[in-house]
Design a protein around this ligand. Structure first.
Ligand SMILES: Cc1cc2nc3c(=O)[nH]c(=O)nc-3n(C[C@H](O)[C@H](O)[C@H](O)COP(=O)(O)OP(=O)(O)OC[C@H]3O[C@@H](n4cnc5c(N)ncnc54)[C@H](O)[C@@H]3O)c2cc1C
Length: 458
């Protein structure tokens, strides 16, 4: 028997539940604390915010050794300026970005999103504008949702109270994705570590013996400015926008050809909103082995046309490149020697050279690694005539899983290059299979009923 994942049960029910959130309960007037805990205990009191640096005094620094705080090598033009014994506050970027992480700041962030410019930010969510990294284009509330200061129920309630059926459906759908991720982890607890499409456990990846590529990616030193900007934003603030998460994940998996588990672990360690379910669900999808395999691969220069057209995001997070023009900021390797000299940019001294140059070839390698899995005995058993893959479930049931056109056809056709203009048709999700059509009908039903209910309620 063949079933799609949505019909297995929970997701459909979860969606209908989300359709009808009642008013949130009033806040309790008193809270009873268990045990003897001090309710006013602050993180500062735990001594977790400050990290004393034991830097070597400037004169006696060994050339090539690294500062323990910023990991910059001594003896370089961009030498670190940390002094011996200096006290460094690791949390400063995170605290200032998240405004204390209280319930009040969560509600404030949500209200700003809903009300900014007469609701323009929320309205733009349904357009490509939500991909912009150079401005606040999404709600920026995920840590509050992660830690429970904001509940999805409260978010839906407030959004609908303000806008009724005019509320951005794309925004509400994000909360449905969250439920889907939670259901997936509940149903498949190995999700953070084991390929959901089990045959992909056998995929071979770039061994990266010294971990050089992984480190370059983690530290925002790949030589691709957009990727570096996002990874540095993550390090400083503990967050990056959704679109950037797709770009850096795709870069790690498709171009560096490194196992998605490395990305999942790094995100889990550095994200303030690190969520076991969502993080694993997304990385599996990016890493070919997930329930909803991504049907696109973003090119780091091409993607910048959508999310950072004027280069402001890169200028903010990669200040070494600040002086470059808009046409060069995302591809400094194309700048003339004169331009680079004028901006004091020296590759591998002030800014890293590209850690990998031939992106096309890298993609071919990663595509071939997936094709090897599909051609294996185990892989073949999981492929339908349509080229989509299946997962065997208990009781002989099988679920059809969206599979990227590149793998179905055995050739790369979702190609983006730096010079291309954007073709939105390339990103239309595949609806021609069981899972896709169930998802589509779930969404349509969700949208229909939520509109009805919001009309009844407000
Ligand atoms: C590789 C990768 C890893 C990710 N890891 C996490 C993670 O660990 N924790 C996390 O909360 N989100 C994760 N996401 C999803 C998404 O990127 C963030 O939720 C979003 O960027 C948070 O910003 P926001 O609050 O402005 O979200 P908005 O876009 O304004 O959405 C509102 C809320 O919906 C939820 N949401 C948004 N996108 C998704 C999604 N794709 N799946 C499930 N829920 C979503 C979040 O709670 C978010 O706060 C990941 C995405 C990718 C591509």
């Amino acid at each position: 028997m063949k079933v799609g994942f949505g019909s297995v049960g929970f997701f459909r029910r979860a969606c209908s539940f989300l359709d009808a959130p009642g008013d949130p309960l009033p806040s309790p007037s008193t809270l009873f604390l268990v045990g003897n805990r001090d309710p006013a205990c602050q993180v500062q009191a735990l001594g977790l915010l400050r990290y004393p640096v034991k830097a070597v005094p400037k004169g006696s620094r060994q050339k090539g050794s690294k500062c323990r705080f910023c990991r910059i090598k001594h003896g370089l033009a961009s030498e670190c300026r940390h002094q011996k014994g200096e006290v460094i506050d690791w949390g400063v970027g995170i605290r200032s970005f998240w405004n204390g992480m209280t319930e009040a700041s969560g509600i404030q962030a949500l209200l700003e999103f809903l009300e900014e410019n007469n609701g323009q930010r929320m309205k733009m969510f349904d357009s490509n504008e939500r991909h912009r990294a150079d401005r606040r284009s999404t709600a920026i509330i995920s840590p509050y949702v992660r830690f429970g200061q904001l509940s999805p129920r409260f978010i839906v309630h407030l959004a609908k109270k303000k806008y009724g059926h005019r509320v951005s459906q794309t925004f509400l759908r994000r909360l449905v994705w969250r439920d889907l991720a939670y259901w997936s982890l509940w149903r498949f607890p190995d999700l953070p570590t084991v390929s959901f499409r089990l045959q992909y456990e056998k995929q071979t990846w770039n061994p990266d013996p010294n971990g050089t590529l992984l480190k370059a990616w983690q530290q925002g030193k790949t030589g691709y400015p957009l990727v570096d900007a996002a990874m540095r934003q993550l390090w400083v603030t503990g967050w990056m926008p959704n679109y950037m998460r797709h770009i850096v994940a795709g870069f790690l998996i498709e171009y560096l050809n490194l196992h998605w588990v490395h990305g999942e672990k790094w995100f889990h360690k550095t994200l303030v909103d690190a969520d076991v379910a969502i993080n694993a669900y997304m990385w599996q999808n990016g890493g070919h082995s997930g329930m909803d395999q991504w049907n696109f691969v973003m090119h780091p220069v091409f993607a910048a046309k959508t999310c950072d057209p004027d280069g402001d995001y890169v200028r903010r997070w990669v200040p070494e490149l600040r002086g470059l023009s808009n046409s060069m900021i995302h591809c400094p390797w194309q700048a003339t020697t004169g331009t680079l000299a004028a901006q004091r940019i020296i590759f591998n001294k002030t800014y890293p050279a590209r850690c990998i140059v031939n992106l096309e070839l890298a993609r071919k390698r990663s595509h071939e690694a997936v094709m090897v899995v599909r051609r294996s005995e185990e892989g073949k058993k999981c492929i339908l005539n349509s080229g989509h893959e299946i997962k065997m479930l208990h009781g002989g049931q099988r679920a059809v899983l969206i599979t990227r056109i590149d793998y179905r056809e055995g050739k790369i056709s979702t190609r983006q290059t730096a010079d291309e203009t954007r073709d939105p048709k390339r990103r239309v999700p595949n609806k021609g299979n069981v899972f896709g059509s169930i998802m589509k009908s779930e969404m349509e039903q969700y949208e229909r009923t939520s509109q009805l209910r919001s009309e009844q309620m407000y």
